[in-house]
Design a binder for this molecule. Structure first.
Ligand code: SAM
Length: 272
């Protein structure tokens, strides 16, 4: 069951709560036991694996995302990258503006260690913490921007959005980039079939661990039970999870969202 408060149960539709309950029921075990194991051996081939699985597009998606975020950040902005993995987005942002103050959280000590190694290699400083993305170890109103890329399908998304909203400063921005569930059934079926094959092929190619092989079906299932672009937009608009300036981007199905909020807002901006 979702541990949403009664207040948020009133402001987030029953449909979302039911779907979050279902996602949690289906994937709780995978999220808590398998996912940490999967990301144990991934750091060494993460970039090459993404390149293979996305037919060479992944790096371009990340670069586009980082450029779009950067366009909305003042110099010296304080940023939190949630589920930061090997710090792909922080490193791209720091290459664009070394004055940024970047913090990260990720559940995997191995992905974080690789990210820190990459930062040291470039003589860059990123403040990294290993922790669960659902309980961010920061006070309210801490960050000018929060970024989240390629991980939301592994999260209890209402909980995660509420935490992100909590740590964002008034007027802060939330930038999201992920593969979402396709809006059209005609696209969804071949897309999920491709995903199953590409994840299986990548895992085989890089000699992934037994745990990763167990997750091959999960990656497509997690997207099948995730949200379509319009649905994620609605969720981001709900007062319990909303951020003052929100941009969602799906590299597969491009959509943008922005919302009116209970927080003061500087201006609306569409990143994509
Ligand atoms: C596919 S990687 C994405 C990494 C990075 N954001 C990127 O764009 O390359 C997913 C990351 O989410 C992290 N993750 C998954 N569930 C998490 C959770 N509940 N709390 C913190 N990190 C989590 C994993 O450890 C992994 O590093």
């Amino acid at each position: 069951m979702l541990e949403a408060s009664e207040a948020s149960r009133m402001s987030i539709s029953e449909d979302f709560l039911k779907r979050e309950d279902l996602r949690s029921h289906l994937f709780r075990e995978t999220w808590s036991t398998l996912i940490p194991e999967v990301f144990r051996d991934v750091p060494t081939y993460y970039d090459r694996g993404n390149a293979v699985a996305s037919l060479g597009s992944c790096s371009r998606w990340s670069a586009t995302f980082a450029n779009a975020i950067h366009a909305h950040l003042p110099p010296g902005a304080k940023i939190l990258d949630v589920c930061s993995g090997t710090h792909d987005i922080p490193l791209r942002l720091l290459a664009l503006d070394p004055t940024l103050d970047i913090h990260t959280v990720d559940g995997s000590v191995h992905m974080t260690a690789e990210g820190q190694r990459r930062a040291r290699e470039r003589d860059l400083k990123i403040d990294a913490r290993v922790c669960d993305a659902h309980v961010l170890p920061f006070p309210d109103n801490s960050f000018d921007a929060v970024t989240l890329q390629f991980a939301s399908r592994h999260l209890e998304i209402i909980k995660a959005f509420k935490e992100i909203n909590r740590v964002l400063k008034p007027g802060g921005i939330f930038c999201h980039n992920d593969m979402l569930r396709p809006a059209s059934r005609v696209v969804e079926l071949p897309y999920l079939a491709f995903l199953r094959f590409s994840v299986w092929f990548t895992a085989k190619l890089f000699g992934s661990s037994a745990e990763s092989m167990k997750c091959v079906g999960y990656f497509a299932d997690a997207i099948r039970h995730f949200y379509k672009p319009q649905e994620l937009t609605e969720l981001l608009k709900s007062p319990a999870s909303s951020t003052s300036k929100t941009a969602a981007f799906s590299p597969v199905l491009c959509r943008t969202t922005s919302r009116a909020s209970r927080r003061p807002r500087t201006k609306m901006a569409w990143l994509f």
